[in-house]
Design a protein around this ligand. Structure first.
Ligand code: NAP
Length: 232
């Protein structure tokens, strides 16, 4: 634990699941974390774990003005942004001809546009700090499966955005990392009993932002180890 860490992070989708676990892990490591999601009450619950280091700011990442406010307010309070974790996301599954247009739009708006907006407003400040962007993609951003038309498209899109960011921010020494987890034990879907624990995935994010000077963990795919009797 490093109680003297001066860095300031923003974590989106921090009200539950993986985002809440990342927020708690960063705070335990001494980082001040601005926790963002739409549910203010849940954010306040998450902040109870470490009120001196976790600061809820409600924000819908699909709304440009709210995301700009999130960045402006973080700067007003702390004067710096070192780390942005684009974690907010949702999955709606169904064959393409059965997937509703609303579900498609929502996945694109949260999983892809939300990350774009947060990057758009945070990058000038991340450049100042030689900071770090971590995008939470998915194994579904690396391989497709039937029923994943909208979700895979949004996460493949996020992979492409991450690659462009890597190239654009290299001259500014801003590191870009993309994490592609398999099934996690959250409310996201219908996780298998062997799914990754959110704390295990959060620990990997911590390792990514703790890489030694001169090292970038550019992409990591992590999967649960499936017990032999449950393998297909
Ligand atoms: N669970 C898995 O198996 C799995 C596997 C691979 C990758 N992932 C990825 O991991 C990330 C986190 O998923 P999770 O499993 O922790 O899901 P989760 O438990 O459902 O949490 C999703 C989070 O996103 C937030 N969110 C949703 N829409 C938002 C919006 N418009 N603006 C701001 N925040 C929003 C939710 O908060 P509010 O509702 O309060 O806004 C919540 O905090 C996602 O990007 C997901 O695609 C998950």
């Amino acid at each position: 634990m490093d109680a003297t860490d001066e860095r300031v992070a923003i974590v989106t989708g921090a009200s539950k699941g993986l985002g809440a676990a990342i927020t708690r892990r960063f705070a335990a490591g001494g980082i001040r974390v601005v926790a963002c999601a739409r549910s203010e009450d849940k954010l306040k619950e998450v902040a109870k774990a470490d009120p001196d280091r976790i600061f809820p700011i409600p924000c819908d990442v699909t709304q440009s003005r709210q995301v700009k406010h999130l960045i402006d307010e973080t700067l007003r309070r702390f004067g710096r942004i070192d780390i942005l974790v684009n974690n907010a996301g949702l999955g709606r599954f169904g064959k393409v001809h059965e997937l509703s247009e609303e579900d498609w739009d929502q996945m694109m708006a949260v999983n892809l546009k939300g990350a774009f907006l947060a990057c758009k407003y945070a990058i000038p400040h991340l450049i100042r700090q030689k900071g770090h962007i971590v995008n939470i993609s998915s194994v579904a951003g690396t391989v497709t499966f039937p029923g994943g038309g909208g979700y895979c498209a949004s996460k493949f899109g996020l992979m492409a955005l991450s690659e462009v960011l890597t190239q654009e921010l290299k001259p500014h020494e801003v590191r870009v990392s993309t994490l592609c987890p398999g099934s996690i034990l959250t409310e996201f879907g219908d996780p298998k009993p062997y799914a990754l624990k959110p704390e295990q995935v959060a620990e990997t994010v911590w390792q990514m932002i703790s890489a030694p000077r001169g090292v970038i963990y550019n992409q990591i795919i992590m999967r649960p180890q499936v017990p032999p009797e449950m393998q297909k």
